[in-house]
Design a protein around this ligand. Structure first.
Ligand SMILES: *Cc1c(COP(=O)(O)O)cnc(C)c1O
Length: 588
């Protein structure tokens, strides 16, 4: 039916006094669906434009304003009664609903605000956001060719670009955009179980195959082993080096040797490439050698080597950077960090698969994670289910035959692809290097305050972990004793509690819009144990761990002035905590 007949009928019904009410309501609603035709007053274009302008009203005037949206930072949800909700008998209007949606954004962290430095939560870039929004409008479904048509180029080309960066043959590789770094972990585990336990797809998992990862691995290992049905008890944790936090190869070899002797198959070994706080990278090349040295017993497939590189992946964009000529002019302090990070991440070459979170160090909106595999023929045939009776193959690319998901929005693939296209090598290099320039500046400024100490000076990543001590305490000296000497365990715990209170004070200030030097205070976070003390390597003593304030300047709008202001605010929060009489008695 073409538009003219549809419109005419509706008009006739609308002008007809005996038209049934449903037809009137339906006619009213039509204006709130996007026009399928070219139109100068499409409700969608107008609605989006209006909504963005309304949403922008929640932004502060300048960097002096708060790091959350709007003016009311309180949690306004009535948690007791919020579920006591039912469908309205009457219909509403698009405008009214959008107004209510915008209201929900009141108080939300403003991820782009230069004072937002709490975690790996970067603001998405405009190309990626727009690309993602477009996929919501025309809804390509990348489950197969017929519903995605040319849009599935985004996934295929991403696979090629990412494989090329890893040093793989791009035409032989593949990728699947899925639900986050956790989804990538789960995909790798399915790949591993299918390869190592060939019967498992039909008979279920009947063998306790092991998944090996380091003590610093992300907790999503629990999600994946649990949901995949392998069981969390089948994870083996490898010790990490006290200084580098990387996987201890001697311990790994012991475990592999022991499993081999007992005829226990290994499903996979996971190298974490950039842990959240310590930015540790596991030695992939050496791990590959060990996997090859201790193959699985007869009857089982070869173990998978997976790189959980969802944070660290983007350092790979420094491939081909001339660190000697330094064409982008990074400072002498930052240049060696860039090179170290690149040298650490390039080990993904040795993996069977790696994970990419564009929403972390790819400056893209959620959810845009890519699980990238080296051997597409193997992966796709191992997991193949054969064609569906509902759908007919209309293109050579029909990933629904082997994906976990059935329908898959193109949102993530378009966001990731748009970012790759927009950034190029130069963009990634400038943004990542720029973060480290700010970090290095922050750490050099910290040296001017002897009550502060950076407790992760060896690490080359984005985050600065800081401890601040009471007035007059020489932080470096005090921290060294707390780190090494069990005689200072009491001091350590006392100061951990203080860090905890300072962290909460800073959060309270951020949420209440407190100002220092006429500027709002930063949105930071803290770690309640980013590492153990040296005498507590086996973590038997849960309290002998290092607490620290976390500064994660993963934000393109940050300037050196913001770094200085941050240090001023941390010291002020310390003073406030110390001034509190009760606290003073408890901690000093
Ligand atoms: C964030 C993270 C994950 C989990 O990823 P999501 O995208 O949050 O699902 C897994 N591993 C590492 C190392 C991470 O940093």
């Amino acid at each position: 039916m073409n538009s003219n007949t549809e419109e005419k009928k509706t008009v006739e019904i609308g002008s007809d006094l005996i038209a049934p009410p449903w037809a009137k309501f339906r006619k009213q609603m039509l204006g709130s669906f996007p026009s399928p035709f070219k139109s100068d007053n499409d409700s969608l274009a107008d609605g989006i434009s209006l909504a963005i302008r309304e949403l922008d009203k929640l932004k502060p005037e300048s960097d002096k304003g708060s790091a959350f949206l709007g003016t009311n930072s309180a949690l306004t949800i009535d948690f007791e009664n919020v579920k006591d909700s039912s469908l309205d008998p009457k219909m509403s209007t698009t405008g009214e609903v959008i107004k209510q949606v915008i209201k929900m954004f009141e108080g939300l962290p403003n991820w782009g605000h230069p004072l937002t430095m709490n975690n790996v939560n970067p603001q998405g870039n405009t190309a990626a956001i727009v690309a993602a929004v477009l996929s919501e409008i025309f809804a390509p479904n990348i489950l197969e060719g017929e519903y995605a048509w040319n849009v599935h180029q985004a996934e295929l080309e991403s696979a090629g670009i990412l494989a090329n960066l890893a040093g793989w043959k791009p035409k032989e590789a593949g990728c699947i955009y899925t639900y986050g770094g956790s989804g990538c972990w789960t995909y790798h585990l399915k790949y591993a179980l299918t390869r190592v336990l060939p019967d498992s797809r039909n008979k279920g998992i009947r063998t306790d195959a092991k998944v090996i990862c380091s003590q610093q691995a992300h907790y999503t290992m629990l999600n994946s082993t649990d949901w995949m049905g392998l069981g969390m008890d089948n994870i083996i944790r490898i010790k990490t080096d006290v200084d580098t936090n990387a996987m201890d190869l001697i311990h790994l070899e012991e475990v592999l040797k022991d499993c081999k002797a007992r005829k226990i198959p290994i499903a996979s070994v996971v190298c974490t490439m950039g842990t959240t706080d310590a930015s540790a990278f596991d030695p992939v090349e050496k791990v590959r050698e060990l996997i090859d040295k201790y193959p699985n017993p007869e009857g089982y497939g070869k173990a998978i080597l997976y790189c959980d590189s969802v944070i660290g992946w983007s350092w790979i964009a420094f491939k081909n950077y001339d660190f000697k000529l330094n064409p982008l002019g990074f400072s002498d302090a930052v240049l060696p960090y860039l090179e170290k990070n690149y040298n650490a991440i390039k080990g993904i070459f040795y993996a069977d698969a790696f994970g990419v979170d564009f929403h972390k160090t790819g400056f893209s909106p959620y959810i845009s994670s890519a699980f990238v595999y080296r051997d597409a023929t193997e992966f796709e045939s191992l997991l193949s289910r054969g064609p569906s009776v509902y759908l007919q193959p209309r293109s050579p690319y029909n990933p629904l035959n082997y994906t976990l998901e059935v329908s898959r929005a193109a949102t993530g693939s378009l966001a990731g692809w748009a970012t790759l296209k927009f950034f190029g090598h130069e963009g990634f290099q400038s943004v990542l290097g720029g973060i480290l320039e700010n970090k290095v500046y922050l750490q050099s400024e910290m040296k001017n305050n002897s009550e502060m100490v950076c407790v992760n000076p060896e690490d080359y990543g984005f985050v600065t972990l800081l401890r601040i001590y009471p007035k007059g305490v020489y932080a470096q000296f005090q921290f060294d004793r707390e780190l090494q000497d069990p005689a200072f365990r009491h001091d350590l715990i006392k100061h951990n509690k203080m860090i905890h209170l300072i962290g909460d004070k800073l959060f309270e200030w951020y949420r209440s819009g407190k100002k220092i030097n006429d500027q709002c205070t930063p949105y930071l976070s803290y770690s309640t144990g980013f590492r153990a003390t040296e005498y507590n390597r086996d973590m038997k003593d849960p309290e002998a761990v290092i607490y620290a304030i976390k500064i994660f300047p993963l934000n393109v709008h940050i300037t050196p002035e913001v770094m200085n202001h941050t240090l001023v605010c941390i010291a002020a929060a310390r003073d406030e905590v110390m001034a509190h009489q009760v606290v003073k008695n408890t901690y000093v």
